[in-house]
Design a protein around this ligand. Structure first.
Ligand code: SF4
Length: 370
């Protein structure tokens, strides 16, 4: 089944570390954007003979919760008109704590949204200020509490690699988040992206951030704290209570079809990968930044690269059907005997032992076909 991604590229202000495609925009510009996006949805559906079945929808950004909630409801209505959205489809919206209100949550619920993903990033006020977020610790906690009143499935994004995240702070933040009842957590290492305010700040004063060893140590702590709280690491950066894995993101990692609407949105449909232009004027001119047809070799490589980052692993038979017999790989036996890789009972699936996630790039490189 198809997944749908909707990109909402608006933010109230640019965060210091952010290199995503997002802009500060007037209400009029938002309306123009949504009108164009609705037409994009209709055009995609018109070009197909029959309504495609959809089992996941994901509003990402940017800050989708900045858009008037009625516009989110309108977009969902248009999707339902043009696609066959199955009854228990997972429908997610990304929200920032400062733009999430009770009224919006009610509209989301009525429109069919059933999963809220909140950009918490940290519960430390000093760190939040440092990375330029608009909310503080209290605002983040209130947003989660509010979301939990209306939704069971609430996820949080957290950044690792901030100055104040020592072991004690991490343990206390995870304790709070789990007590608030979140069902899913995505953790990302803070990256210093070129051209961001943070890159400038750190260039002048590197000690503003912990060194790499400290950040990796912090990450390992997060993994063990979350495991103690019953969160399963189902992808290198993603943890969920049983049954709450993000189905939409799983599509990206397992090579299933998804279509993206909106500027900078990526699609992978029928073996073709493309993305809409990130700049709004190019997007309105229907420009696609990249169009490529995936070769069999790329299909094999992606299966290995993405699969070994996930709990579900990779399939030997899938690889063989595409012309790669991984049993002939010179490293495989050694990786299995050293329990770096484990094998499923039916001898088909290979899983990377989570203790080796930190060096997954090396293992993946060894397993790729020549
Ligand atoms: S809210 Fe998210 S997308 Fe917007 S500026 Fe901050 S990090 Fe970037």
């Amino acid at each position: 089944m198809l997944g749908i991604y909707i990109h909402i590229p608006f933010c109230e202000r640019k965060c210091n570390y952010c290199a995503f495609s997002s802009f500060v925009m007037s209400d009029k510009e938002k309306e123009k954007y949504v009108d164009f996006l609705l037409e994009e949805i209709r055009t995609f559906a018109r070009e197909r003979n029959e309504k495609q079945k959809v089992d996941t929808i994901f509003f990402g950004g940017g800050t989708p919760s900045l858009l008037p909630s009625i516009m989110i409801a309108d977009i969902l209505k248009e999707i339902k008109k043009n696609f066959e959205v199955i009854e228990d489809a997972e429908v997610t919206i990304e929200c920032n704590p400062n733009s999430l209100t009770e009224d919006k949550l009610k509209v989301y619920k009525d429109a069919g949204i059933n999963r809220i993903s909140i950009g918490v990033q940290s519960l430390n006020d000093e760190d939040l200020k440092f990375i330029g977020r608009l909310h503080d610790r209290e605002g983040a906690i209130k947003a989660i509490q509010l979301a939990k009143r209306y939704f069971e499935n609430v996820s949080c994004d957290m950044l690792i690699g901030l100055k104040n995240m020592d072991e004690e702070e991490l343990a206390s933040e995870i304790e709070i988040l789990t007590q608030l009842g979140i069902t899913h957590i995505s953790t990302y290492m803070l990256q210093i992206e070129k051209g961001t305010v943070l890159a400038e700040m750190v260039k002048n004063e590197p000690a503003l951030l912990p060194d790499d060893d400290e950040s990796v140590g912090a990450y390992e702590k997060v993994v063990s704290f979350l495991a103690k709280k019953g969160f399963v690491r189902y992808e290198v950066s993603n943890f969920a209570k049983e049954g709450f894995e993000c189905k939409h993101n799983l599509k990206y990692w397992s090579g299933e079809d998804y279509v993206g609407f909106g500027s900078a949105a990526h699609s992978f449909v029928g073996g073709q990968r493309y993305s809409s232009a990130a700049g709004l004027s190019d997007y309105y001119a229907h420009k696609k930044d990249l169009i490529e047809t995936i070769t069999t070799k790329e299909k094999i490589e992606e299966h290995i690269m993405l699969g070994l980052r996930c709990k579900n692993g990779i399939s030997k038979s899938f690889l063989k059907d595409n012309g790669y017999d991984i049993n002939e790989n010179p490293y495989l036996k050694d990786f299995i005997s050293r329990q770096i890789l484990t094998l499923s009972n039916d001898d088909d699936r290979l899983f990377l032992n989570p203790s080796y996630y930190g060096v997954n790039n090396y293992i993946i490189a060894c397993l790729l076909p020549e």
